[in-house]
Ligand binder design. Structure first.
Ligand SMILES: NC(=O)c1ccc[n+]([C@@H]2O[C@H](COP(=O)([O-])OP(=O)(O)OC[C@H]3O[C@@H](n4cnc5c(N)ncnc54)[C@H](OP(=O)(O)O)[C@@H]3O)[C@@H](O)[C@H]2O)c1
Length: 151
């Protein structure tokens, strides 16, 4: 899901869908994702996981030191999004604090240095699946799938 600090693919429709689904919601992301050229912050609130107290912030962003602190900050929100990267996804899934996943499954085998964690799929139910074919804006076809945690 990442290579050299950026995404391994360019999929404009996936970005458009991401913006629509996450509009007005709070985000949590790791410091490297925050510093990535691909950074796309929330225009509401961005919480940046870092151990560096000097990290320079951008508009609508604030540092945070643990996923537990993030959960406290967004306690009153109806929904908040964890945007990665790899270890942040792994940690959040291990903590059992994720109840919905939006996954884009790209039909490509690029070089990568950051990977989505292993998931115990027996705990998840697919509730939506959208297919986007290749076209002049998209070099790869892909699915956007939504899963909810089984009770
Ligand atoms: N395909 C996707 O959906 C997607 C999504 C997000 C990112 N990406 C890609 O993934 C790559 C970046 O991901 P990454 O896994 O390398 O890095 P990352 O998770 O974005 O950032 C890692 C940094 O977050 C901070 N951090 C992580 N866990 C922490 C914790 N528990 N407490 C405090 N700080 C914590 C640390 O920052 P400090 O070093 O400052 O302490 C750590 O170095 C890029 O290539 C990006 O484009 C892809």
């Amino acid at each position: 899901m990442g290579v050299d600090g950026i995404l391994p693919w360019t999929l404009p429709y996936d970005w458009e869908n991401f913006k629509a689904v996450t509009k007005g919601k709070a985000f949590l992301m790791g410091r490297k994702s925050f510093e990535s050229e691909d950074y796309l912050g929330s225009d509401y609130k961005n919480f940046i996981l870092t151990r560096n107290p000097q990290l320079k912030m951008k508009p609508n962003s604030q540092p945070i030191h643990s996923i537990a602190d993030f959960l406290q900050e967004v306690e009153q929100e109806d929904e908040a999004f964890i945007l990665g990267g790899g270890r942040v996804f792994a940690e959040a899934l291990e903590m059992g604090v994720v109840d919905k996943m939006y996954l884009t499954l790209v039909n490509a085998q690029p070089e990568g240095d950051t990977f989505f964690p292993e998931v115990d799929w027996s705990q998840w139910q697919e509730i939506d699946s959208f297919y986007h074919p290749t076209d002049n804006r998209h070099a790869h076809d892909f699915y956007i799938k939504t899963y909810i945690k089984k009770q």
